[in-house]
Design a protein around this ligand. Structure first.
Ligand code: NAD
Ligand code: UDP
Length: 335
Protein backbone atom coordinates (compact mmCIF):
# COMPACT_ATOMS: atom_id res chain seq x y z
CA UNK A 1 0.00 0.00 0.00
CA UNK A 2 1.34 3.47 -0.87
CA UNK A 3 2.11 5.67 2.12
CA UNK A 4 -0.12 8.81 2.26
CA UNK A 5 2.02 11.89 1.67
CA UNK A 6 0.64 15.03 3.33
CA UNK A 7 3.28 17.18 1.59
CA UNK A 8 1.67 19.98 -0.38
CA UNK A 9 2.68 21.45 -3.71
CA UNK A 10 2.46 25.20 -3.35
CA UNK A 11 2.77 28.02 -5.89
CA UNK A 12 4.12 31.33 -4.57
CA UNK A 13 3.85 34.18 -7.08
CA UNK A 14 6.25 37.02 -6.32
CA UNK A 15 8.37 34.48 -4.45
CA UNK A 16 11.69 36.14 -5.27
CA UNK A 17 10.59 39.31 -3.49
CA UNK A 18 11.00 40.32 0.13
CA UNK A 19 7.92 38.65 1.67
CA UNK A 20 7.68 35.83 -0.86
CA UNK A 21 11.20 34.57 -0.19
CA UNK A 22 10.58 34.43 3.58
CA UNK A 23 7.31 32.61 3.00
CA UNK A 24 9.04 30.05 0.76
CA UNK A 25 11.68 29.42 3.43
CA UNK A 26 8.94 28.59 5.94
CA UNK A 27 7.10 26.29 3.52
CA UNK A 28 10.28 24.43 2.52
CA UNK A 29 11.27 24.14 6.21
CA UNK A 30 8.02 22.34 7.02
CA UNK A 31 8.42 19.92 4.13
CA UNK A 32 6.28 21.36 1.32
CA UNK A 33 7.21 21.46 -2.34
CA UNK A 34 7.33 25.04 -3.65
CA UNK A 35 7.15 26.55 -7.10
CA UNK A 36 8.14 30.20 -7.21
CA UNK A 37 6.83 32.22 -10.17
CA UNK A 38 8.32 35.69 -10.49
CA UNK A 39 9.24 38.08 -13.32
CA UNK A 40 12.07 39.55 -11.19
CA UNK A 41 10.78 43.12 -11.59
CA UNK A 42 11.51 44.05 -7.97
CA UNK A 43 12.54 40.63 -6.70
CA UNK A 44 15.99 39.17 -7.06
CA UNK A 45 17.47 35.70 -7.43
CA UNK A 46 19.71 36.57 -4.47
CA UNK A 47 16.66 36.15 -2.18
CA UNK A 48 16.21 32.53 -3.27
CA UNK A 49 19.83 31.63 -4.13
CA UNK A 50 20.14 29.46 -1.03
CA UNK A 51 17.34 27.22 -2.42
CA UNK A 52 19.07 26.64 -5.75
CA UNK A 53 19.24 22.88 -6.35
CA UNK A 54 16.89 22.06 -3.46
CA UNK A 55 14.85 18.99 -4.49
CA UNK A 56 11.56 20.55 -3.30
CA UNK A 57 12.09 23.99 -4.87
CA UNK A 58 11.60 25.22 -8.42
CA UNK A 59 11.85 28.72 -9.91
CA UNK A 60 9.93 29.80 -13.01
CA UNK A 61 10.49 33.22 -14.55
CA UNK A 62 6.92 34.16 -15.29
CA UNK A 63 4.76 37.28 -15.48
CA UNK A 64 1.39 36.75 -13.74
CA UNK A 65 -0.37 38.96 -16.29
CA UNK A 66 -0.04 35.86 -18.52
CA UNK A 67 -1.79 32.56 -17.79
CA UNK A 68 0.16 29.81 -16.04
CA UNK A 69 -0.59 26.10 -16.45
CA UNK A 70 0.76 23.97 -13.61
CA UNK A 71 -0.62 21.55 -11.00
CA UNK A 72 -0.56 22.66 -7.35
CA UNK A 73 -2.59 22.25 -4.14
CA UNK A 74 -2.34 25.84 -2.89
CA UNK A 75 -1.51 29.26 -4.31
CA UNK A 76 -0.11 32.29 -2.51
CA UNK A 77 -0.52 35.30 -4.83
CA UNK A 78 2.09 37.88 -3.81
CA UNK A 79 3.26 39.12 -7.22
CA UNK A 80 3.12 42.92 -7.30
CA UNK A 81 5.65 45.67 -6.63
CA UNK A 82 4.96 47.02 -3.14
CA UNK A 83 7.10 50.15 -2.95
CA UNK A 84 5.47 53.40 -4.16
CA UNK A 85 8.61 54.21 -6.19
CA UNK A 86 8.38 50.91 -8.07
CA UNK A 87 4.63 50.61 -8.48
CA UNK A 88 4.50 54.18 -9.84
CA UNK A 89 7.32 53.48 -12.31
CA UNK A 90 4.91 51.70 -14.71
CA UNK A 91 1.44 52.26 -13.27
CA UNK A 92 -0.41 50.52 -16.10
CA UNK A 93 1.66 47.38 -15.57
CA UNK A 94 0.95 47.65 -11.81
CA UNK A 95 -2.82 47.60 -12.38
CA UNK A 96 -2.42 44.74 -14.86
CA UNK A 97 -0.35 42.79 -12.36
CA UNK A 98 -3.00 43.14 -9.67
CA UNK A 99 -6.06 42.65 -11.86
CA UNK A 100 -4.96 40.33 -14.70
CA UNK A 101 -2.67 38.57 -12.24
CA UNK A 102 -5.62 37.92 -9.93
CA UNK A 103 -7.81 36.71 -12.82
CA UNK A 104 -5.09 34.31 -14.01
CA UNK A 105 -4.34 32.93 -10.55
CA UNK A 106 -8.04 32.63 -9.65
CA UNK A 107 -8.66 30.79 -12.92
CA UNK A 108 -5.84 28.40 -12.08
CA UNK A 109 -7.22 27.88 -8.55
CA UNK A 110 -10.70 27.25 -9.93
CA UNK A 111 -9.49 24.58 -12.37
CA UNK A 112 -7.44 22.88 -9.64
CA UNK A 113 -9.97 23.45 -6.81
CA UNK A 114 -6.98 24.86 -4.93
CA UNK A 115 -7.05 27.20 -1.94
CA UNK A 116 -5.74 30.65 -2.87
CA UNK A 117 -4.27 33.46 -0.74
CA UNK A 118 -4.18 37.10 -1.81
CA UNK A 119 -1.58 39.56 -0.50
CA UNK A 120 -3.84 42.60 -0.22
CA UNK A 121 -2.84 45.75 1.56
CA UNK A 122 -3.71 48.44 4.09
CA UNK A 123 -3.72 50.73 1.01
CA UNK A 124 -7.29 49.58 0.35
CA UNK A 125 -8.16 51.95 3.24
CA UNK A 126 -6.45 54.88 1.43
CA UNK A 127 -6.03 57.90 3.70
CA UNK A 128 -8.31 56.52 6.40
CA UNK A 129 -10.87 58.50 8.37
CA UNK A 130 -11.40 55.54 10.73
CA UNK A 131 -8.56 54.89 13.13
CA UNK A 132 -7.34 52.24 13.82
CA UNK A 133 -8.57 50.56 10.65
CA UNK A 134 -11.03 47.69 11.00
CA UNK A 135 -11.88 45.33 8.16
CA UNK A 136 -15.45 46.65 7.86
CA UNK A 137 -14.18 50.15 6.95
CA UNK A 138 -14.55 50.69 3.20
CA UNK A 139 -11.71 53.18 2.89
CA UNK A 140 -11.00 56.62 1.50
CA UNK A 141 -9.15 56.10 -1.77
CA UNK A 142 -8.45 58.54 -4.60
CA UNK A 143 -9.34 56.65 -7.81
CA UNK A 144 -7.26 58.88 -10.13
CA UNK A 145 -4.12 59.73 -8.17
CA UNK A 146 -0.54 58.51 -8.44
CA UNK A 147 -1.11 55.75 -5.87
CA UNK A 148 -4.38 54.59 -7.47
CA UNK A 149 -2.76 51.99 -9.76
CA UNK A 150 -1.75 50.11 -6.63
CA UNK A 151 -4.65 50.94 -4.30
CA UNK A 152 -7.44 50.43 -6.84
CA UNK A 153 -5.63 47.46 -8.44
CA UNK A 154 -5.56 45.74 -5.06
CA UNK A 155 -9.18 46.71 -4.36
CA UNK A 156 -10.28 45.24 -7.70
CA UNK A 157 -8.27 42.09 -6.93
CA UNK A 158 -10.21 41.76 -3.64
CA UNK A 159 -13.47 42.13 -5.60
CA UNK A 160 -12.40 39.36 -7.97
CA UNK A 161 -11.41 37.09 -5.08
CA UNK A 162 -14.78 37.55 -3.38
CA UNK A 163 -16.70 37.10 -6.64
CA UNK A 164 -14.88 33.81 -7.34
CA UNK A 165 -15.67 32.82 -3.76
CA UNK A 166 -19.41 33.63 -4.09
CA UNK A 167 -19.84 32.54 -7.70
CA UNK A 168 -17.63 29.44 -7.81
CA UNK A 169 -17.27 28.46 -4.14
CA UNK A 170 -13.50 29.04 -4.32
CA UNK A 171 -11.63 28.70 -1.02
CA UNK A 172 -9.99 32.15 -0.79
CA UNK A 173 -7.91 33.85 1.93
CA UNK A 174 -7.52 37.63 1.66
CA UNK A 175 -5.02 39.30 4.00
CA UNK A 176 -4.62 43.08 4.25
CA UNK A 177 -0.97 43.57 5.02
CA UNK A 178 0.28 46.65 6.87
CA UNK A 179 3.85 47.99 6.44
CA UNK A 180 6.22 45.09 6.94
CA UNK A 181 10.02 45.27 7.06
CA UNK A 182 13.03 43.02 7.55
CA UNK A 183 16.02 41.40 5.87
CA UNK A 184 15.83 40.96 2.06
CA UNK A 185 14.09 44.25 1.38
CA UNK A 186 15.85 45.64 -1.66
CA UNK A 187 18.39 48.37 -0.74
CA UNK A 188 16.91 50.61 -3.49
CA UNK A 189 13.37 49.60 -2.70
CA UNK A 190 12.39 53.16 -1.76
CA UNK A 191 10.26 52.20 1.24
CA UNK A 192 10.87 54.08 4.43
CA UNK A 193 12.57 51.45 6.60
CA UNK A 194 15.11 50.36 3.97
CA UNK A 195 15.70 53.98 2.87
CA UNK A 196 16.44 55.20 6.39
CA UNK A 197 18.68 52.25 7.28
CA UNK A 198 20.70 52.43 4.05
CA UNK A 199 21.05 56.21 4.39
CA UNK A 200 22.20 55.90 8.02
CA UNK A 201 24.71 53.11 7.24
CA UNK A 202 26.15 55.17 4.38
CA UNK A 203 26.34 58.28 6.57
CA UNK A 204 23.95 60.11 4.24
CA UNK A 205 21.17 62.50 5.25
CA UNK A 206 17.89 60.84 6.25
CA UNK A 207 15.09 61.99 3.91
CA UNK A 208 11.84 62.67 5.74
CA UNK A 209 8.93 63.38 3.41
CA UNK A 210 6.72 66.16 4.75
CA UNK A 211 7.20 67.01 8.40
CA UNK A 212 7.44 63.38 9.45
CA UNK A 213 4.25 63.56 11.52
CA UNK A 214 2.49 60.93 9.38
CA UNK A 215 2.29 57.56 11.11
CA UNK A 216 2.81 53.95 10.10
CA UNK A 217 2.67 50.66 12.00
CA UNK A 218 5.66 48.43 11.29
CA UNK A 219 5.52 44.65 11.46
CA UNK A 220 8.61 42.43 11.46
CA UNK A 221 8.56 39.94 8.58
CA UNK A 222 8.64 36.75 10.72
CA UNK A 223 5.49 37.80 12.56
CA UNK A 224 3.69 38.48 9.30
CA UNK A 225 4.66 35.15 7.70
CA UNK A 226 3.41 33.31 10.79
CA UNK A 227 0.06 35.06 10.21
CA UNK A 228 0.02 34.06 6.50
CA UNK A 229 0.57 30.40 7.31
CA UNK A 230 -1.96 30.23 10.15
CA UNK A 231 -4.54 31.90 7.90
CA UNK A 232 -3.89 29.60 4.95
CA UNK A 233 -3.90 26.50 7.19
CA UNK A 234 -7.34 27.19 8.67
CA UNK A 235 -9.50 24.21 7.77
CA UNK A 236 -12.46 24.38 5.41
CA UNK A 237 -15.90 24.88 6.94
CA UNK A 238 -18.55 22.22 7.61
CA UNK A 239 -19.38 19.86 4.71
CA UNK A 240 -16.31 21.10 2.83
CA UNK A 241 -17.60 24.69 2.67
CA UNK A 242 -14.87 27.25 2.01
CA UNK A 243 -13.12 28.35 5.22
CA UNK A 244 -12.75 31.87 6.68
CA UNK A 245 -12.06 34.04 3.60
CA UNK A 246 -11.12 37.28 5.40
CA UNK A 247 -10.40 40.01 4.63
CA UNK A 248 -8.21 40.11 7.69
CA UNK A 249 -5.70 42.76 8.75
CA UNK A 250 -2.18 41.49 9.40
CA UNK A 251 0.29 43.93 10.89
CA UNK A 252 1.73 45.25 14.11
CA UNK A 253 -0.52 47.79 15.85
CA UNK A 254 2.48 49.70 17.33
CA UNK A 255 2.14 53.12 15.67
CA UNK A 256 5.09 55.50 15.13
CA UNK A 257 5.57 58.80 13.36
CA UNK A 258 8.06 58.74 10.50
CA UNK A 259 10.22 61.16 12.49
CA UNK A 260 10.30 58.76 15.45
CA UNK A 261 11.37 55.98 13.07
CA UNK A 262 14.21 58.16 11.71
CA UNK A 263 15.41 58.94 15.25
CA UNK A 264 15.30 55.27 16.21
CA UNK A 265 17.35 54.28 13.14
CA UNK A 266 19.95 56.95 13.97
CA UNK A 267 20.15 55.73 17.57
CA UNK A 268 20.49 52.04 16.61
CA UNK A 269 23.07 52.59 13.86
CA UNK A 270 25.03 55.26 15.78
CA UNK A 271 24.99 57.28 12.53
CA UNK A 272 25.83 60.99 12.41
CA UNK A 273 23.22 61.52 9.68
CA UNK A 274 21.14 64.72 9.67
CA UNK A 275 17.37 64.72 9.14
CA UNK A 276 16.41 66.54 5.94
CA UNK A 277 12.86 67.33 4.89
CA UNK A 278 11.52 66.72 1.37
CA UNK A 279 8.04 67.40 -0.10
CA UNK A 280 5.34 64.94 0.92
CA UNK A 281 4.32 62.79 -2.09
CA UNK A 282 0.69 63.27 -3.14
CA UNK A 283 -2.00 61.14 -1.49
CA UNK A 284 0.48 59.98 1.18
CA UNK A 285 -1.77 58.65 4.00
CA UNK A 286 -1.50 60.57 7.28
CA UNK A 287 -2.06 57.63 9.59
CA UNK A 288 -2.09 53.85 9.59
CA UNK A 289 -2.74 51.41 12.37
CA UNK A 290 -4.31 47.98 12.03
CA UNK A 291 -7.02 46.75 14.32
CA UNK A 292 -5.97 43.08 14.59
CA UNK A 293 -8.79 41.72 16.73
CA UNK A 294 -10.23 39.70 13.85
CA UNK A 295 -6.84 38.04 13.24
CA UNK A 296 -6.47 37.28 16.95
CA UNK A 297 -9.90 35.65 17.02
CA UNK A 298 -9.54 33.54 13.89
CA UNK A 299 -5.81 32.76 13.88
CA UNK A 300 -5.47 31.10 17.30
CA UNK A 301 -4.47 34.27 19.11
CA UNK A 302 -1.92 35.33 16.47
CA UNK A 303 -0.23 38.54 17.53
CA UNK A 304 3.06 40.12 16.45
CA UNK A 305 5.85 39.39 18.94
CA UNK A 306 8.82 41.40 17.63
CA UNK A 307 9.25 44.92 19.00
CA UNK A 308 10.26 47.61 16.50
CA UNK A 309 13.73 48.14 18.05
CA UNK A 310 14.47 44.40 17.97
CA UNK A 311 13.30 44.02 14.36
CA UNK A 312 15.20 47.13 13.25
CA UNK A 313 18.39 45.81 14.88
CA UNK A 314 18.13 42.57 12.84
CA UNK A 315 17.35 44.51 9.67
CA UNK A 316 20.29 46.88 10.23
CA UNK A 317 22.62 43.87 10.63
CA UNK A 318 21.34 42.47 7.31
CA UNK A 319 21.87 45.74 5.41
CA UNK A 320 25.27 46.26 7.03
CA UNK A 321 26.53 42.97 5.65
CA UNK A 322 24.76 43.44 2.28
CA UNK A 323 26.32 46.89 1.77
CA UNK A 324 29.75 45.50 2.73
CA UNK A 325 29.31 42.72 0.11
CA UNK A 326 28.22 45.22 -2.52
CA UNK A 327 31.23 47.46 -1.86
CA UNK A 328 33.65 44.47 -1.86
CA UNK A 329 32.24 43.26 -5.18
CA UNK A 330 32.62 46.77 -6.63
CA UNK A 331 36.26 46.97 -5.52
CA UNK A 332 36.85 43.43 -6.90
CA UNK A 333 35.57 44.36 -10.34
CA UNK A 334 37.42 47.68 -10.39
CA UNK A 335 40.77 46.03 -9.55
P1 NAD B 1 8.53 42.98 -3.39
O1 NAD B 1 8.54 44.06 -4.40
O2 NAD B 1 9.80 42.68 -2.67
O3 NAD B 1 8.00 41.61 -4.02
C1 NAD B 1 7.07 41.55 -5.07
C2 NAD B 1 7.52 40.44 -6.01
O4 NAD B 1 6.57 40.33 -7.09
C3 NAD B 1 8.88 40.70 -6.65
O5 NAD B 1 9.67 39.55 -6.57
C4 NAD B 1 8.54 41.05 -8.09
O6 NAD B 1 9.59 40.75 -8.99
C5 NAD B 1 7.29 40.21 -8.30
N1 NAD B 1 6.44 40.73 -9.39
C6 NAD B 1 6.02 42.00 -9.60
N2 NAD B 1 5.24 42.05 -10.69
C7 NAD B 1 5.13 40.77 -11.16
C8 NAD B 1 4.46 40.17 -12.25
N3 NAD B 1 3.72 40.90 -13.11
N4 NAD B 1 4.59 38.84 -12.44
C9 NAD B 1 5.35 38.08 -11.61
N5 NAD B 1 6.02 38.61 -10.55
C10 NAD B 1 5.90 39.93 -10.34
O7 NAD B 1 7.37 43.34 -2.36
P2 NAD B 1 6.93 42.63 -1.00
O8 NAD B 1 7.08 43.59 0.09
O9 NAD B 1 7.57 41.30 -0.89
O10 NAD B 1 5.37 42.46 -1.27
C11 NAD B 1 4.79 41.21 -1.62
C12 NAD B 1 3.28 41.36 -1.73
O11 NAD B 1 2.75 41.81 -0.48
C13 NAD B 1 2.84 42.39 -2.78
O12 NAD B 1 1.68 41.90 -3.42
C14 NAD B 1 2.49 43.61 -1.97
O13 NAD B 1 1.50 44.38 -2.58
C15 NAD B 1 1.98 42.98 -0.67
N6 NAD B 1 2.15 43.91 0.47
C16 NAD B 1 3.38 44.10 1.03
C17 NAD B 1 3.50 44.99 2.09
C18 NAD B 1 4.82 45.22 2.79
O14 NAD B 1 4.86 46.06 3.68
N7 NAD B 1 5.89 44.53 2.48
C19 NAD B 1 2.38 45.69 2.55
C20 NAD B 1 1.16 45.48 1.92
C21 NAD B 1 1.05 44.57 0.89
N1 UDP C 1 8.95 58.19 3.63
C1 UDP C 1 9.88 59.12 4.08
N2 UDP C 1 11.14 59.04 3.60
C2 UDP C 1 11.55 58.07 2.73
C3 UDP C 1 10.60 57.11 2.29
C4 UDP C 1 9.29 57.21 2.76
O1 UDP C 1 9.57 60.00 4.87
O2 UDP C 1 12.75 58.06 2.36
C5 UDP C 1 7.58 58.28 4.16
C6 UDP C 1 6.47 58.20 3.11
O3 UDP C 1 6.20 59.50 2.61
C7 UDP C 1 5.33 57.63 3.92
C8 UDP C 1 6.02 56.70 4.92
O4 UDP C 1 7.37 57.12 4.97
O5 UDP C 1 4.67 58.65 4.64
C9 UDP C 1 5.95 55.24 4.54
O6 UDP C 1 6.38 55.14 3.21
P1 UDP C 1 6.58 53.75 2.46
O7 UDP C 1 7.00 54.08 1.08
O8 UDP C 1 7.47 52.88 3.26
O9 UDP C 1 5.16 53.03 2.48
P2 UDP C 1 3.61 53.50 2.36
O10 UDP C 1 3.06 53.12 3.68
O11 UDP C 1 3.50 54.97 2.12
O12 UDP C 1 3.11 52.70 1.22
Amino acid sequence: MRHYNPRKRILVTGGAGFLGSHLIDRLIERGDEVICADNLFTGTKRNIDHLHGHPRFEFIRHDVTLPLYIEVDQIYNLACPASPVHYQHDPVQTTKTSVHGAINMLGLAKRLKARIFQASTSEVYGDPSVHPQTEDYWGNVNPIGVRSCYDEGKRCAETLFFDYHRQHGLDIRVARIFNTYGPRMHPNDGRVVSNFIVQALRGEDITIYGEGQQTRSFCYVDDLIEGFIRFMDLPRGDNGAPGFPGPVNLGNPGEFTIRQLAEMVIELTGAKSKLVFRPLPSDDPMQRQPDINLAKTHLQGWTPAVQLKVGLTKTIAYFDSLLADISNNCSDTSS
